[in-house]
Design a protein around this ligand. Structure first.
Ligand code: ATP
Ligand code: MG
Length: 285
């Protein structure tokens, strides 16, 4: 039977979350990332484990049908693959940083400077678009050390908390791109494989929707019911049931994580009581 082949990072910042996502999508693999490949038990899927740098090319070549990589790798490799889903984890940004003692007056300060990076394509493109001519120096790792050992004047690298920059005496001066884990896909898949992918993406979206939403239950005074319902519209509309106590109703709905605290404050102002918020396991969207 046909199988969808997915490439996942063998070990690193994307591995654990990606395997976790497959698990939440109901796909169990017989072991972790120790092997080079594993076959799912309950879904027509095969996983191959690779270095993240190699994944875009393997997907372009069709060795894997799809892959999970950071958007930064997708942008850097410029492979002929499609970005089919954003996954929301392994968020980071790619920024230019300079020694903290130096002043920064804008991107044009980079003219004639040497910038060390593992992402020459993204950086060169950005500098070109802004008419800045710098000397882009490619390093495959430990880029943050380059200025202190005299290899470069600045760096362009991944930043998440910024603590690596600080501990190397650097400061972030320009953010060039934001990145998160994404699913990339081969452009010439057979119909059978495409439909397995559609099913997998449906499951992934249900997992994502569930983690972005909460189930909320509360008791509402009937005279404020209309306003409370407008505050928590839910998937279609909230469930409203009368309480045994006259003049009160129980309201059940779904609330997105993003607007969570604002909505809770508003509900309390409207006199809602006994507010319960419960995680959702899966949400079929
Ligand atoms: P490999 O050995 O597979 O080549 P790597 O060292 O190139 O691994 P990792 O450091 O594991 O890569 O990072 C993988 C991806 O995770 C990066 O391309 C980026 O998208 C994202 N990432 C990197 N650093 C962070 C971070 N500090 N926080 C969140 N996401 C990050
Ligand atoms: Mg890598």
């Amino acid at each position: 039977m046909e199988k969808l082949r997915i490439a996942i990072q063998k070990s690193g910042r994307l591995s654990e979350k990606s395997l976790e996502l497959l698990k939440e999508a109901g796909i169990s693999l017989n072991n972790g990332s120790r092997k080079l490949r594993s076959v799912a038990q309950s879904f027509p899927l095969e996983v191959i484990y690779l270095r993240d740098d190699d994944i875009p090319q393997y997907v372009e070549d069709g060795v894997a049908h799809i892959g999970i990589v950071g958007e930064n790798e997708f942008a850097e490799k410029e492979c002929a693959v499609d970005l089919v889903e954003r996954l929301g984890y392994s968020r980071c940004r790619l920024s230019i940083a300079i020694p903290k003692s130096e002043d920064y007056g804008g991107l044009e300060d980079m003219n004639g400077r040497r910038i060390a990076t593992s992402y020459p394509v993204i950086l060169t493109k950005y500098l070109g678009e802004h008419g800045v001519k710098a000397d882009v120096h490619v390093l495959s790792g430990s880029v943050e050390l380059a200025p202190s050992i005299g290899v470069s004047d600045a760096i362009f690298d991944i930043v998440s908390s910024g603590s690596t920059l600080i501990s190397n005496g650097l400061k972030e001066v320009e953010t060039i791109m934001r990145s998160e884990a994404v699913v990339i896909a081969n452009r010439n898949m057979e119909e059978g494989v495409k439909s397995i992918l559609a099913n997998l993406l449906f499951r992934i979206r249900s997992v994502k929707a569930a983690s972005n939403n909460k189930y909320i239950l509360l008791n509402a005074p009937n005279e404020k019911l209309d306003q409370i319902i407008q505050t928590i519209p839910g998937m279609k509309s909230p469930t409203v049931m009368p309480l045994a106590e006259e003049g009160w109703s129980s309201v059940h709905s779904v609330l997105s994580e993003k607007e969570f605290w604002g909505v809770i404050d508003r509900l309390r102002e409207l006199g809602a009581q006994g507010i319960l918020v419960i995680p959702i396991e899966k949400m079929i969207v």
